[in-house]
Ligand binder design. Structure first.
Ligand SMILES: Cc1cc2nc3c(=O)[nH]c(=O)nc-3n(C[C@H](O)[C@H](O)[C@H](O)COP(=O)(O)OP(=O)(O)OC[C@H]3O[C@@H](n4cnc5c(N)ncnc54)[C@H](O)[C@@H]3O)c2cc1C
Length: 319
Protein backbone atom coordinates (compact mmCIF):
# COMPACT_ATOMS: atom_id res chain seq x y z
CA UNK A 1 0.00 0.00 0.00
CA UNK A 2 1.52 3.30 -1.15
CA UNK A 3 0.98 6.56 0.73
CA UNK A 4 0.38 8.33 -2.54
CA UNK A 5 0.26 7.42 -6.21
CA UNK A 6 0.76 10.32 -8.61
CA UNK A 7 -0.62 10.05 -12.13
CA UNK A 8 1.46 11.96 -14.69
CA UNK A 9 5.15 12.87 -14.85
CA UNK A 10 4.71 16.38 -16.21
CA UNK A 11 6.45 19.17 -14.30
CA UNK A 12 3.68 19.24 -11.71
CA UNK A 13 3.50 15.46 -11.17
CA UNK A 14 7.29 15.54 -10.75
CA UNK A 15 7.01 18.40 -8.24
CA UNK A 16 4.49 16.28 -6.29
CA UNK A 17 6.91 13.34 -6.30
CA UNK A 18 9.74 15.53 -4.99
CA UNK A 19 7.58 16.93 -2.17
CA UNK A 20 6.35 13.43 -1.29
CA UNK A 21 9.90 12.09 -1.12
CA UNK A 22 11.08 15.05 0.98
CA UNK A 23 8.26 14.28 3.41
CA UNK A 24 9.26 10.60 3.53
CA UNK A 25 6.04 9.41 1.97
CA UNK A 26 5.98 6.13 0.10
CA UNK A 27 5.10 7.38 -3.40
CA UNK A 28 5.10 6.32 -7.04
CA UNK A 29 4.61 8.39 -10.19
CA UNK A 30 2.95 6.54 -13.07
CA UNK A 31 3.37 8.15 -16.50
CA UNK A 32 1.78 6.84 -19.67
CA UNK A 33 4.50 8.19 -21.96
CA UNK A 34 7.99 9.56 -21.52
CA UNK A 35 9.14 12.01 -18.85
CA UNK A 36 7.41 15.38 -19.39
CA UNK A 37 5.49 13.83 -22.26
CA UNK A 38 3.57 17.02 -23.08
CA UNK A 39 6.64 19.23 -23.31
CA UNK A 40 8.30 16.68 -25.59
CA UNK A 41 5.35 17.02 -27.98
CA UNK A 42 5.43 20.83 -28.06
CA UNK A 43 6.69 22.49 -31.26
CA UNK A 44 10.37 21.71 -31.72
CA UNK A 45 11.50 25.33 -31.81
CA UNK A 46 9.19 26.69 -29.14
CA UNK A 47 10.37 29.13 -26.52
CA UNK A 48 8.54 29.26 -23.18
CA UNK A 49 6.78 32.50 -22.26
CA UNK A 50 8.03 32.06 -18.68
CA UNK A 51 11.55 32.84 -17.60
CA UNK A 52 13.49 29.75 -16.55
CA UNK A 53 13.38 30.53 -12.80
CA UNK A 54 9.57 30.34 -12.94
CA UNK A 55 9.73 26.78 -14.30
CA UNK A 56 12.01 25.46 -11.55
CA UNK A 57 10.92 22.64 -9.29
CA UNK A 58 12.55 20.83 -6.37
CA UNK A 59 15.03 23.65 -5.72
CA UNK A 60 17.10 22.75 -8.79
CA UNK A 61 18.32 25.89 -10.61
CA UNK A 62 17.22 26.10 -14.26
CA UNK A 63 20.03 27.72 -16.23
CA UNK A 64 19.15 28.67 -19.81
CA UNK A 65 21.03 30.61 -22.49
CA UNK A 66 18.38 33.32 -22.65
CA UNK A 67 15.90 34.47 -19.99
CA UNK A 68 13.11 32.40 -21.61
CA UNK A 69 14.19 28.81 -22.13
CA UNK A 70 13.60 26.62 -25.17
CA UNK A 71 11.93 23.22 -25.35
CA UNK A 72 15.25 21.26 -25.53
CA UNK A 73 16.54 23.19 -22.51
CA UNK A 74 13.37 22.32 -20.58
CA UNK A 75 13.70 18.62 -21.52
CA UNK A 76 17.32 18.63 -20.31
CA UNK A 77 16.29 20.44 -17.11
CA UNK A 78 13.46 18.08 -16.14
CA UNK A 79 15.64 15.01 -16.87
CA UNK A 80 18.25 16.47 -14.53
CA UNK A 81 15.63 17.10 -11.85
CA UNK A 82 14.39 13.50 -12.08
CA UNK A 83 17.98 12.23 -11.72
CA UNK A 84 18.95 14.56 -8.90
CA UNK A 85 15.91 13.62 -6.82
CA UNK A 86 16.04 9.92 -7.82
CA UNK A 87 12.35 10.15 -8.63
CA UNK A 88 10.41 6.94 -8.45
CA UNK A 89 8.66 6.98 -11.85
CA UNK A 90 7.21 4.20 -13.96
CA UNK A 91 7.28 5.42 -17.56
CA UNK A 92 5.18 4.09 -20.46
CA UNK A 93 2.51 2.82 -18.08
CA UNK A 94 -1.00 4.19 -18.47
CA UNK A 95 -3.54 4.46 -15.65
CA UNK A 96 -6.76 3.02 -17.00
CA UNK A 97 -9.02 2.53 -14.01
CA UNK A 98 -9.42 4.01 -10.51
CA UNK A 99 -11.65 2.32 -7.94
CA UNK A 100 -12.30 3.17 -4.29
CA UNK A 101 -10.81 0.56 -1.94
CA UNK A 102 -11.19 -0.09 1.77
CA UNK A 103 -8.44 2.34 2.81
CA UNK A 104 -7.91 4.37 -0.36
CA UNK A 105 -7.85 3.38 -4.02
CA UNK A 106 -7.11 0.50 -6.32
CA UNK A 107 -5.42 1.77 -9.48
CA UNK A 108 -5.24 -0.42 -12.57
CA UNK A 109 -2.63 0.42 -15.17
CA UNK A 110 -1.52 -1.05 -18.50
CA UNK A 111 1.11 -3.03 -16.53
CA UNK A 112 -0.33 -3.84 -13.11
CA UNK A 113 -2.51 -3.00 -10.12
CA UNK A 114 -1.57 -0.79 -7.18
CA UNK A 115 -3.23 0.10 -3.90
CA UNK A 116 -2.70 3.53 -2.46
CA UNK A 117 -4.02 5.57 0.43
CA UNK A 118 -4.07 8.77 -1.62
CA UNK A 119 -4.07 9.70 -5.25
CA UNK A 120 -2.89 12.79 -7.13
CA UNK A 121 -4.14 13.34 -10.66
CA UNK A 122 -1.62 15.56 -12.46
CA UNK A 123 -2.75 14.46 -15.90
CA UNK A 124 -2.62 17.78 -17.79
CA UNK A 125 -4.63 18.41 -20.94
CA UNK A 126 -2.32 17.94 -23.90
CA UNK A 127 -3.25 14.37 -24.88
CA UNK A 128 -6.68 15.11 -26.26
CA UNK A 129 -7.10 17.66 -29.02
CA UNK A 130 -10.37 19.38 -29.79
CA UNK A 131 -11.61 18.46 -33.26
CA UNK A 132 -12.77 20.70 -36.08
CA UNK A 133 -16.20 19.13 -36.38
CA UNK A 134 -16.10 19.45 -40.17
CA UNK A 135 -16.49 16.78 -42.83
CA UNK A 136 -13.07 15.24 -43.49
CA UNK A 137 -11.53 16.43 -40.21
CA UNK A 138 -9.99 13.01 -39.54
CA UNK A 139 -8.08 12.76 -42.83
CA UNK A 140 -4.32 12.15 -42.44
CA UNK A 141 -3.59 15.60 -43.85
CA UNK A 142 -5.32 17.23 -40.87
CA UNK A 143 -2.77 17.72 -38.06
CA UNK A 144 -3.85 18.64 -34.53
CA UNK A 145 -0.26 18.87 -33.24
CA UNK A 146 2.48 20.95 -34.82
CA UNK A 147 6.13 20.04 -34.51
CA UNK A 148 8.26 21.81 -37.13
CA UNK A 149 7.87 23.63 -40.45
CA UNK A 150 9.92 21.37 -42.71
CA UNK A 151 7.09 19.02 -43.85
CA UNK A 152 5.11 22.03 -45.07
CA UNK A 153 7.80 23.53 -47.32
CA UNK A 154 6.19 24.56 -50.66
CA UNK A 155 2.84 23.21 -49.49
CA UNK A 156 -0.48 25.00 -49.37
CA UNK A 157 -1.47 24.92 -45.73
CA UNK A 158 -4.47 26.21 -43.85
CA UNK A 159 -3.96 27.05 -40.19
CA UNK A 160 -7.06 27.17 -38.00
CA UNK A 161 -7.03 29.12 -34.73
CA UNK A 162 -6.16 32.59 -33.43
CA UNK A 163 -4.11 31.86 -30.33
CA UNK A 164 -0.43 31.34 -29.60
CA UNK A 165 -0.01 27.88 -31.11
CA UNK A 166 -1.78 28.85 -34.37
CA UNK A 167 0.10 32.12 -34.69
CA UNK A 168 3.51 30.58 -33.93
CA UNK A 169 2.91 27.82 -36.49
CA UNK A 170 1.67 30.29 -39.12
CA UNK A 171 4.66 32.61 -38.80
CA UNK A 172 7.22 29.82 -38.67
CA UNK A 173 5.78 27.89 -41.63
CA UNK A 174 5.44 31.07 -43.72
CA UNK A 175 9.06 32.01 -43.00
CA UNK A 176 10.20 28.50 -43.97
CA UNK A 177 8.56 28.50 -47.38
CA UNK A 178 4.98 27.30 -46.91
CA UNK A 179 1.98 29.01 -48.52
CA UNK A 180 -0.04 29.81 -45.42
CA UNK A 181 -3.69 30.82 -45.12
CA UNK A 182 -5.38 31.33 -41.75
CA UNK A 183 -9.05 30.59 -41.10
CA UNK A 184 -10.25 32.12 -37.84
CA UNK A 185 -13.66 31.89 -36.15
CA UNK A 186 -13.20 35.15 -34.26
CA UNK A 187 -12.87 38.64 -35.72
CA UNK A 188 -9.24 39.19 -34.64
CA UNK A 189 -6.04 37.53 -33.46
CA UNK A 190 -6.44 36.69 -29.77
CA UNK A 191 -5.44 39.31 -27.20
CA UNK A 192 -3.64 36.49 -25.35
CA UNK A 193 -1.05 36.01 -28.10
CA UNK A 194 2.42 36.84 -26.72
CA UNK A 195 2.79 40.63 -26.77
CA UNK A 196 6.00 40.49 -28.80
CA UNK A 197 4.45 38.19 -31.44
CA UNK A 198 1.06 39.87 -31.98
CA UNK A 199 2.36 42.83 -34.03
CA UNK A 200 4.34 40.42 -36.22
CA UNK A 201 1.28 38.35 -37.20
CA UNK A 202 -0.97 41.39 -37.60
CA UNK A 203 1.57 43.01 -39.92
CA UNK A 204 1.90 39.83 -42.01
CA UNK A 205 -1.90 39.70 -42.31
CA UNK A 206 -2.21 43.39 -43.22
CA UNK A 207 0.48 43.23 -45.91
CA UNK A 208 -1.24 40.16 -47.39
CA UNK A 209 1.68 37.76 -46.83
CA UNK A 210 -0.58 35.45 -44.79
CA UNK A 211 -4.10 35.68 -46.26
CA UNK A 212 -6.52 35.44 -43.34
CA UNK A 213 -10.27 34.92 -43.22
CA UNK A 214 -11.89 36.12 -39.98
CA UNK A 215 -15.38 35.12 -38.77
CA UNK A 216 -14.95 32.00 -40.88
CA UNK A 217 -15.06 28.24 -40.28
CA UNK A 218 -14.19 25.15 -42.27
CA UNK A 219 -17.13 23.08 -43.52
CA UNK A 220 -15.33 20.38 -45.51
CA UNK A 221 -11.84 19.01 -46.10
CA UNK A 222 -10.97 16.74 -49.01
CA UNK A 223 -7.62 15.32 -50.17
CA UNK A 224 -6.80 18.47 -52.17
CA UNK A 225 -9.27 21.16 -51.06
CA UNK A 226 -10.69 23.03 -48.08
CA UNK A 227 -14.13 24.62 -48.10
CA UNK A 228 -15.02 27.26 -45.56
CA UNK A 229 -17.93 29.55 -44.79
CA UNK A 230 -17.64 33.28 -44.26
CA UNK A 231 -20.57 35.69 -44.04
CA UNK A 232 -22.96 33.04 -45.35
CA UNK A 233 -20.85 32.31 -48.45
CA UNK A 234 -18.84 29.17 -49.19
CA UNK A 235 -15.27 29.49 -50.47
CA UNK A 236 -12.93 26.73 -51.64
CA UNK A 237 -9.13 26.75 -51.51
CA UNK A 238 -6.60 24.32 -52.98
CA UNK A 239 -4.94 22.67 -50.02
CA UNK A 240 -2.28 20.14 -49.02
CA UNK A 241 -2.43 20.24 -45.21
CA UNK A 242 -4.65 21.61 -42.45
CA UNK A 243 -3.10 22.49 -39.07
CA UNK A 244 -5.95 22.70 -36.59
CA UNK A 245 -4.44 24.57 -33.64
CA UNK A 246 -7.72 24.75 -31.74
CA UNK A 247 -6.79 23.59 -28.28
CA UNK A 248 -6.83 20.49 -26.12
CA UNK A 249 -8.84 19.14 -23.21
CA UNK A 250 -8.24 17.09 -20.05
CA UNK A 251 -9.18 13.41 -19.81
CA UNK A 252 -12.70 13.98 -18.49
CA UNK A 253 -13.47 10.26 -18.80
CA UNK A 254 -10.77 9.27 -16.30
CA UNK A 255 -11.75 12.09 -13.92
CA UNK A 256 -15.41 11.02 -14.00
CA UNK A 257 -14.49 7.38 -13.69
CA UNK A 258 -12.59 8.24 -10.50
CA UNK A 259 -15.70 9.98 -9.17
CA UNK A 260 -14.51 13.57 -9.62
CA UNK A 261 -17.43 15.92 -10.29
CA UNK A 262 -17.14 18.27 -13.27
CA UNK A 263 -18.96 21.60 -13.30
CA UNK A 264 -20.64 21.50 -16.70
CA UNK A 265 -21.93 25.07 -16.36
CA UNK A 266 -18.40 26.31 -15.61
CA UNK A 267 -16.12 25.04 -18.37
CA UNK A 268 -16.09 21.49 -17.00
CA UNK A 269 -13.87 22.56 -14.10
CA UNK A 270 -13.35 19.68 -11.67
CA UNK A 271 -14.61 20.18 -8.13
CA UNK A 272 -11.81 20.67 -5.58
CA UNK A 273 -10.98 22.78 -2.55
CA UNK A 274 -8.30 25.31 -3.59
CA UNK A 275 -6.96 25.40 -0.01
CA UNK A 276 -6.14 21.69 -0.01
CA UNK A 277 -6.41 20.65 -3.72
CA UNK A 278 -8.58 17.72 -2.55
CA UNK A 279 -11.39 16.91 -4.96
CA UNK A 280 -14.91 15.92 -3.96
CA UNK A 281 -13.49 12.37 -3.62
CA UNK A 282 -11.76 12.00 -0.24
CA UNK A 283 -8.04 11.32 -0.66
CA UNK A 284 -8.03 12.20 -4.37
CA UNK A 285 -6.14 15.42 -5.12
CA UNK A 286 -5.77 17.43 -8.32
CA UNK A 287 -2.58 19.21 -9.37
CA UNK A 288 -1.45 21.30 -12.32
CA UNK A 289 -3.29 22.30 -15.45
CA UNK A 290 -5.95 19.59 -15.11
CA UNK A 291 -7.60 21.88 -12.52
CA UNK A 292 -8.75 24.35 -15.18
CA UNK A 293 -11.15 22.04 -17.05
CA UNK A 294 -11.71 23.50 -20.53
CA UNK A 295 -10.14 26.78 -19.43
CA UNK A 296 -6.73 25.38 -20.20
CA UNK A 297 -4.95 28.73 -19.99
CA UNK A 298 -5.82 29.25 -16.30
CA UNK A 299 -3.09 27.08 -14.86
CA UNK A 300 0.47 26.63 -16.07
CA UNK A 301 3.78 25.53 -14.57
CA UNK A 302 4.54 28.91 -13.08
CA UNK A 303 1.37 29.19 -11.00
CA UNK A 304 0.59 25.52 -10.34
CA UNK A 305 3.93 24.13 -9.10
CA UNK A 306 2.77 25.28 -5.64
CA UNK A 307 0.05 22.59 -5.74
CA UNK A 308 2.68 19.96 -4.87
CA UNK A 309 3.51 21.55 -1.53
CA UNK A 310 -0.13 22.18 -0.65
CA UNK A 311 -1.05 18.54 -1.27
CA UNK A 312 1.90 16.95 0.51
CA UNK A 313 1.37 19.28 3.49
CA UNK A 314 -2.17 17.94 3.66
CA UNK A 315 -0.98 14.35 3.63
CA UNK A 316 1.50 14.92 6.44
CA UNK A 317 -0.40 17.49 8.50
CA UNK A 318 2.21 20.11 7.55
CA UNK A 319 5.13 18.13 9.04
C1 LIG B 1 3.03 25.43 -26.49
C2 LIG B 1 2.92 25.61 -25.00
C3 LIG B 1 3.74 26.51 -24.34
C4 LIG B 1 3.70 26.66 -22.94
N1 LIG B 1 4.53 27.54 -22.31
C5 LIG B 1 4.46 27.67 -20.95
C6 LIG B 1 5.31 28.59 -20.24
O1 LIG B 1 6.07 29.34 -20.83
N2 LIG B 1 5.21 28.66 -18.89
C7 LIG B 1 4.35 27.86 -18.18
O2 LIG B 1 4.33 27.97 -16.95
N3 LIG B 1 3.55 27.00 -18.82
C8 LIG B 1 3.57 26.89 -20.18
N4 LIG B 1 2.73 26.03 -20.84
C9 LIG B 1 1.83 25.24 -20.07
C10 LIG B 1 2.65 24.09 -19.46
O3 LIG B 1 3.33 23.38 -20.42
C11 LIG B 1 1.78 23.24 -18.76
O4 LIG B 1 1.26 24.09 -17.77
C12 LIG B 1 2.54 22.08 -18.09
O5 LIG B 1 2.97 21.09 -18.99
C13 LIG B 1 1.59 21.57 -17.07
O6 LIG B 1 2.18 20.59 -16.35
P1 LIG B 1 1.29 19.41 -15.77
O7 LIG B 1 2.29 18.55 -15.07
O8 LIG B 1 0.12 19.94 -15.05
O9 LIG B 1 0.70 18.69 -17.07
P2 LIG B 1 1.47 17.97 -18.26
O10 LIG B 1 2.83 18.52 -18.45
O11 LIG B 1 0.55 17.96 -19.42
O12 LIG B 1 1.67 16.50 -17.69
C14 LIG B 1 0.62 15.58 -17.58
C15 LIG B 1 1.21 14.21 -17.74
O13 LIG B 1 0.24 13.23 -17.40
C16 LIG B 1 0.40 12.13 -18.27
N5 LIG B 1 -0.87 11.37 -18.26
C17 LIG B 1 -2.08 11.79 -18.69
N6 LIG B 1 -3.00 10.82 -18.52
C18 LIG B 1 -2.35 9.77 -17.97
C19 LIG B 1 -2.76 8.45 -17.58
N7 LIG B 1 -4.02 8.03 -17.72
N8 LIG B 1 -1.84 7.61 -17.05
C20 LIG B 1 -0.55 8.02 -16.89
N9 LIG B 1 -0.11 9.25 -17.25
C21 LIG B 1 -1.00 10.12 -17.79
C22 LIG B 1 0.73 12.77 -19.60
O14 LIG B 1 1.36 11.86 -20.48
C23 LIG B 1 1.65 13.91 -19.16
O15 LIG B 1 3.00 13.56 -19.16
C24 LIG B 1 2.77 25.89 -22.21
C25 LIG B 1 1.92 24.99 -22.89
C26 LIG B 1 1.97 24.87 -24.26
C27 LIG B 1 1.03 23.91 -24.94
Amino acid sequence: MLDVLIIGAGPIGMACGIEASQKNLDYLIVEKGMLVNSIYRYPQNMTFFSTSDKLEIGGVPFVSHNPKPTRPEALEYYRRVAMKHHLNINLYESVNDIEPAERGFTVKTSKGTYTTKNLVMATGFYDRSNTLGAKGDTLDKVHYYYSDPHPYFRQKIVIVGARNSAVDAALECWRKGAEVTMIIREDAISERVKYWVRPDINNRIQEGSIPTYFNAHITEITEDKVTFEQAGKLHTLENDFVLAMIGYQPDFKLLRQAGVELRESDMMKPVYDPNTMESNVKGLYLAGVVCGGLETHTWFIENSRVHAEIIMDQLTGGK
